[in-house]
Design a protein around this ligand. Structure first.
Ligand code: FES
Length: 111
């Protein structure tokens, strides 16, 4: 089980901490199930970059970055060293604390 904190670059949004999160799901799925807005224009199949986020803590608990994901991160707005695609951040078996920051979602159109 994981504890995941979502922080937001969008002004006016306070951080949200979720507890008791099961592995074998992506950060995108966790966000959507909990009514946290995170765009996902390709539907979560690593074919866009709208689910881009920053992993501030706990990257070792997530499935590793692969080349395809890296290509799409390069096309994201303002990529950084800790950039990932939310749909590819699948929680591995284990437990711990993860913290992510979501870019301002108002800059994207679509889902
Ligand atoms: S939703 Fe398109 S790459 Fe994650």
């Amino acid at each position: 089980m994981y504890t995941i904190t979502f922080k937001f670059e969008q002004k006016g949004l306070e951080p949200i901490t979720l507890t008791g999160i099961e592995p074998d799901q992506s950060i995108l799925e966790v966000a959507l199930k909990n009514d946290i807005e995170l765009h996902h224009n390709c539907g979560g199949v690593c074919a866009c970059s709208t689910c881009h986020l920053y992993v501030d803590k706990g990257e070792d608990f997530l499935e590793e970055l692969n080349d395809k994901e890296e290509d799409f991160i390069d096309r994201a707005v303002n990529p950084r060293l800790n950039s990932r695609l939310g749909c590819q951040c699948v929680l591995q078996d284990g437990e711990g604390e993860i913290s992510v920051t979501l870019p301002d979602q108002t800059q994207f159109l679509g889902e």
